[in-house]
Write a protein that binds this ligand. Structure first.
Ligand code: SF4
Length: 289
């Protein structure tokens, strides 16, 4: 819903210094997108994503969540790290969860890629999932962005973070994502490209170490590869995603944050799952119960 960002992550097209067209949707525009996604795509679970900026005030996030809760049973935010008090406020209006990637667990490497803005505060970001859990949020998703730090070290440290959260916050469900920068993108050349074989090893390691956690695979990955990951314990697939602000139903939309590689519709993903003998689940939680 917004690509305005105060930070300067050298690997991201939304970084503050990048002279791209910026958009920050109004509440009316958010509702239009919500109606389109819920009615046209049939999606019940959604991530509300912004750049990390003070323009996303708590009031704005609160009102956005209230709108989305009219159309989706699960609403998760991926916005700037908030305080526990702020998460408490959003929980009260129905927020289900938070996605926050540490991006890089190795502290010195982290500083190399995060050059300006609040995101330079490594520790505040690291403790974000904990603050979200203390605010009773049900669904918390973490991960590292593969391509920045040493992949094996990063996979291990993300696993340690996950283990700490699982052991200490029994009221929340945790999941892990494995976003990766696959190739040079917008003049950024990742120093530690993770190949498909390593990627599969990391998924298997997480599945074996944490039998109950969710493992999410986004449309950053290609169709054939995603489909072959299915039997390895992946639990959540995004589908029909766009990464432009207002990219579903609004004209005048902006540049994408990153390119997606699986362009199938929701219905095509559903058919693929059924063909392979899996049951697609759109809604796995009912808050009012
Ligand atoms: S990764 Fe997030 S915080 Fe960093 S520049 Fe991009 S949108 Fe902003």
């Amino acid at each position: 819903i917004s690509n305005i960002c105060d930070n300067e992550c050298s690997y991201c097209g939304f970084k503050h210094s990048n002279p791209i067209k910026r958009r920050h949707l109004t509440l009316e525009e958010i509702e239009k997108e919500a109606i389109f996604i819920s009615e046209t795509l049939g999606i019940h679970s959604i991530i509300l994503l912004t750049g990390e900026s003070s323009i996303n005030s708590i009031e704005y996030l609160k009102n956005s969540i209230k709108i989305l809760k009219k159309y989706f049973s699960t609403v998760i935010i991926e916005v700037q790290p908030l305080s526990q008090e702020e998460y408490n406020i959003l929980y009260e209006v129905g927020l289900d969860g938070v996605t926050v990637y540490q991006e890089c667990y190795h502290k010195e490497t982290y500083s190399k890629y995060h050059l300006k803005g609040n995101k330079t505060d490594y520790s505040y970001r690291l403790e974000t999932p904990k603050r979200a859990a203390l605010a009773n949020l049900r669904s918390i998703n973490i991960g590292t962005l593969f391509g920045l730090g040493n992949p094996v070290e990063e996979a291990f440290l993300a696993g340690m973070h996950l283990k700490y959260l699982i052991n200490n916050f029994l009221g929340s469900q945790f999941s892990i994502s494995l976003p990766r920068i696959k190739e040079a993108y917008r003049n950024i050349k990742p120093e530690n490209i993770v190949n498909d074989k390593e990627f599969v090893q990391f998924i298997l390691a997480y599945r074996l170490a944490f039998p109950m956690v969710g493992i999410n695979i986004s449309t950053r990955e290609g169709q054939n590869f995603r489909d072959n990951l299915l039997p390895l314990g992946v639990t959540k697939y995004s589908a029909g995603s766009v990464t432009e602000v207002g990219g579903y139903s609004l004209s005048n939309n902006s540049e994408p944050q990153f390119e997606t590689d699986d362009h199938r519709s929701v219905q095509e993903i559903v058919s693929m799952l059924k063909t392979k003998g899996y049951q697609p689940i759109f809604k796995d939680w009912e808050g009012s119960l």
